[in-house]
Design a protein around this ligand. Structure first.
Ligand code: HEM
Length: 148
């Protein structure tokens, strides 16, 4: 797991805190962007394969449910910045479930947006890459193929 500096931890905590109750709406923006970049990801959500990237689809209960789950995991990571390694096994299991539904490592790459200052951006990138590296820890063993 990447080592985060105390400064990065502070920036991450403050910016996450500043979202207040707007975490899920921010998550929706993030996933909307992700689906625009890679519409094939929509098909991985088996309940909604014919919907598309229209706003009414992306705010459907199923997508909202997933965005809420994602935000809870990020919230857990922000709460454990001092001991991120304690989440590793949970994240690795979560990652295996994603590999099984057909998510690819590169699907996890997404921009945090230009409004972030460089150090804040770097802090989030480091934390997010720790989360993704724990989620994909065991994928190489499966050759990145879909597993069940
Ligand atoms: C790359 C984009 C992603 C795709 C396409 C994706 C897709 C999915 C799908 C299809 C499911 C199963 C259906 C569901 O529960 O809604 C799922 C479950 C879940 N995802 Fe994602 N996901 C992505 C990224 C993430 C990220 C970054 C996180 C957290 C940091 C995350 C957290 C979760 C959680 C907590 C579940 C529920 C697992 C369970 O049922 O125990 N996902 N995801």
């Amino acid at each position: 797991m990447e080592k985060l500096s105390e400064k990065e931890k502070g920036l991450i905590r403050d910016s996450w805190e500043s979202l207040g109750k707007n975490k899920v709406p921010h998550g929706i923006v993030m996933f909307t962007r992700l689906f625009e970049l890679d519409p094939d990801l929509l098909a991985l959500f088996s309940y909604n394969t014919n919907c598309g990237v229209a706003p009414e689809c992306l705010s459907s209960p199923e997508f909202l449910d997933h965005v809420t789950k994602v935000m809870l995991v990020i919230d857990a990571a922000v709460s454990h910045l001092d001991d991120l390694h304690t989440l590793e096994d949970f994240l690795s299991n979560l990652g295996r479930q994603h590999q099984a539904v057909g998510v690819k490592t590169q699907s996890f790459a997404c921009s945090l947006g230009p409004a972030y200052t460089a150090p804040l951006r770097q802090g989030w990138l480091n934390m997010y890459s720790s989360v993704v590296s724990a989620m994909t820890r065991d994928w190489a063993k499966n050759g990145e193929h879909k597993t069940n």
